[in-house]
Design a protein. Structure first.
Lengths: 413, 310
């Protein structure tokens, strides 16, 4: 399938002598040299990427890295010096004023860092702005505005003025305004950058929740790597106007493209990047029935594990540990013990997409964590030691999948 | 001592005389005469209207407007002030002056606001308009009275044209300023949603610049009032004529009466238009403050006081 948005060899140079600067840039001169020689400032150089329909594509960079310039070229607020920007095959970089307006009205909306709500209009009127521009009737605009405000939880404020709302609420309005016109693509320019940390976290969670139902194509700009890793299906990291790496959060954290990216990811919270899937290993199970303790112990010794999941048919019944079973075996009061008596039914579980930081608690119990799917079937297990090994970054060096066992052996039974 | 005049002297005054008397007046007088027709028509209508409406009705209307825009104290001031004007026998002259002010402010707004918008949207236009405004503001009004009389004759309409030249700059400047000062992120937002230039102007720029434009209108109004006496020199009637007559006859009383009429009218019009500009802040000001403000014709202090009162 064709990507929703394709950017190819995009350059933006500010200043007078842009063509000369472009030539120098293509010859490989660097940004500072070009500024000194021609007086032109390089905003974006040779950016190429694709954004698939329905994904959140995060552009992450520090201030001055050109990310805001890049996003503004996507809807033609800034005219690129050279390159292609294709939205559904139509080149924004070469569009005339009228088709640019049409693209902005129908296809691409924007959410701004400082909200940019119109202070003289009510919340509902602000939200309906894109529809007003399109010439939709007043009643229809209002109905749609209320519908979108309902989605972001601000319906009761429809007739308030922006000044009456807190920053977080104002940005919800900004988001609602972007969504009201039902664009295919939503550009978000550091939308949560001006918010308090707690509000920011709420908004991030809310955006992810909304995105589950909306499935918009979102280009999200941020200077916060944690935000990028949390939200982005894919992430592009920018430095000095150049995209230095594009990839998923896991790819960027495990295999940084250069020292710059490596320095960035060095102190990020890996617990929020990796999920249960990344550390899980195949589950060794045993059927409940009347399996004798001795058989279970033999199976564990064979695989070198200290605990086993017990299945009752296709359903997880519980977990048994080597220590409990061994104690049971030593106890001579019961002649031929079965594992049923030593089974722990209060076992920790996780879903495939559970983030590692949520597993710290369950891992602390010392039992392997059961990874279950939507139908509550056991798909894998996570050894507690793997969680820690993955966080430290050591395990990833050996590849993310075949890691766990060695670490698990170290763990005393 | 050497001076440039030793080399050559320029007959600048003759050049101007030649230009105005020898070329402009003979060739364009009919055109200028025709140009003043709409002004005369609007003026005739407004003057007839204000003279027709009974004094009590006009006073009540102004008092109501003051009450709504500037509060109860200002309404009382309006009632007392207008009654005073009527009692000193200057009501008809005041209405003539009011008609002149309304007409000149109307034309200033009709020309000034679009010019200001143009200036705000194009740096090139502003580069041309700005020096013209500078000249209009600095050139002494007596200088253009003479050519105005030559081209338009004497009477009310030429008086309004002189007033127009004098009072136009603030509304152009403040319209330009107001639009240019609209937050850049709002302009960007409007653009990002695909507005045309007209949509941006109507939806975003004008509403957000309205406060500043109203302040410009207020300034224009005040300048128009201050031209009343000068315009009377070229045949405009009203309170300016009363002052000039008093001046000519060394009649201190008469001149003062005319002056007091102008001041009362100025205060009432100033407060009403300022109130319009500050609409959202209006909660009413006390009579004490209204009297205190009486001694301050314009400036920002009254506005601050209004806010404190609220």
């Amino acid at each position: 399938m064709r990507p929703k948005l394709t950017v190819r060899n995009l350059y933006k140079i500010f200043g007078k002598n842009t063509q000369a600067a472009l030539e120098r840039l293509r010859r490989g001169e660097d940004k500072a040299e070009i500024l000194a020689q021609t007086g032109a400032t390089v905003g974006v150089q040779d950016a190429s990427f694709d954004v698939e329909e329905g994904e959140i594509f995060v552009v992450m960079g520090l201030s001055g890295s050109g990310k805001s310039t890049l996003v503004r070229t996507l809807n033609g607020l800034i005219e690129p010096t050279s390159g292609q920007i294709l939205i559904d095959g139509e080149d924004v970089a070469r569009a005339d004023a009228a088709s640019l307006r049409r693209i902005r009205r129908d296809k691409i909306a924007m959410v701004f860092q400082h909200f940019a709500l119109f202070p003289h209009w009510t919340i509902a009127e602000n939200v309906a702005y894109g529809l007003k521009i399109r010439g939709i009737s007043k009643d229809a605009r209002r109905a749609r505005a209320l519908e979108v405000l309902e989605q972001v939880g601000l319906a009761p404020w429809a007739d308030s003025l922006p000044a009456d709302l807190s920053g977080g609420m104002q940005q919800r309005v900004g988001l609602a305004r972007g969504l009201a016109a039902d664009p295919d693509i939503l550009l978000m320019d550091e939308p949560f950058g001006a918010l308090d940390p707690l509000i920011r976290r709420d908004m991030q969670a809310e955006l992810l929740t909304l995105q589950k139902t909306l499935k918009k194509t979102i280009v999200f700009i941020t200077h916060d790597l944690n935000e990028a890793l949390l939200l982005g299906n894919r992430i592009a990291i920018m430095k000095d106007g150049r995209i230095v790496q594009t990839g998923t959060a896991q790819e960027i954290v495990t295999t940084p493209a250069d020292d710059y990216v490596a320095a960035f990811v060095a102190d990020i919270d890996r617990g929020r990047v990796f999920t249960a899937d990344d550390v899980a290993s195949d589950a060794i199970t045993i059927q409940l029935r009347d399996t004798p303790v001795r058989e279970a112990l033999r199976l564990m010794e064979k695989h070198g594990s200290h605990a086993l999941y017990v299945m009752d048919g296709k359903r997880v019944a519980g977990v048994v540990t080597y220590r409990d079973l061994a104690a049971c075996e030593m106890d001579t009061s019961t002649p031929s013990p079965t594992i049923r008596g030593s089974m722990i039914t209060d076992y920790p579980t996780a879903a495939c997409d559970t983030q590692l930081h949520e597993l710290y608690g369950p891992a602390g119990q010392g039992l392997p964590i059961a990874v279950t799917d939507d139908a509550d079937r056991l798909v894998a297990v996570i050894e507690p030691g793997d969680v820690l090994a993955h966080l430290s970054g050591d395990a990833t060096a050996n590849g993310a999948d075949a890691n766990g066992k060695e670490a698990a052996h170290v763990q005393p039974g | 001592m050497f001076s440039p005049a030793d080399i050559a002297t320029l007959p600048f005054d003759d050049w101007v005389n030649g230009f105005v008397r020898g070329w402009l007046v003979p060739n364009f007088r009919p055109a200028f005469r025709a140009a003043q027709v709409p002004i005369s028509a609007v003026l005739a209508w407004t003057e007839a209207f204000f003279l027709f409406v009974p004094m009590l009705v006009t006073t009540a209307a102004f008092a109501l407007a003051s009450w709504l825009t500037a509060g109860r104290g200002m309404a009382i001031f309006t009632l007392v002030g207008f009654a005073f004007i009527d009692m000193i026998g200057l009501w008809p002259q005041t209405m003539t002056t009011l008609a002149m002010i309304v007409t000149s402010v109307l034309f200033c707004a009709l020309v000034g606001i679009p010019t200001g918008i143009l200036a705000a949207r194009s740096d090139r236009a502003w580069a041309v308009i700005r020096p013209v405004l500078d000249v209009m503001q600095t050139i002494p009004s007596f200088v253009y009275l003479v050519p105005i009389v030559m081209l338009f004759g004497v009477g009310m309409a030429p008086g309004i044209i002189a007033t127009f030249i004098f009072a136009l700059p603030p509304i152009v400047r403040l319209t330009n300023l107001g639009i240019r000062n609209v937050r850049a992120d709002l302009i960007e937002a409007a653009e990002a949603f695909g507005s045309t230039r007209w949509q941006m102007l109507w939806d975003v720029q004008l509403p957000l610049a309205m406060r500043t434009i109203m302040a410009g209108l207020n300034q224009t109004l005040m300048l128009a009032l201050s031209m009343v006496v000068i315009a009377a020199l070229i045949g405009a009637g009203g309170l300016g004529l009363v002052v000039n007559t008093g001046l000519g006859r060394m009649d201190v009383g008469g001149a003062t009466a005319g002056g007091v009429g102008i001041v009362i009218l100025a205060i009432v019009l100033d407060r009403i238009t300022q109130g319009l500009a500050e609409r959202s802040d209006v909660r009413g000001i006390s009579l004490r403050q209204a009297l205190a403000n009486l001694f301050r014709l314009r400036g920002t202090a009254p506005a601050a006081e209004t806010q404190r009162a609220a």
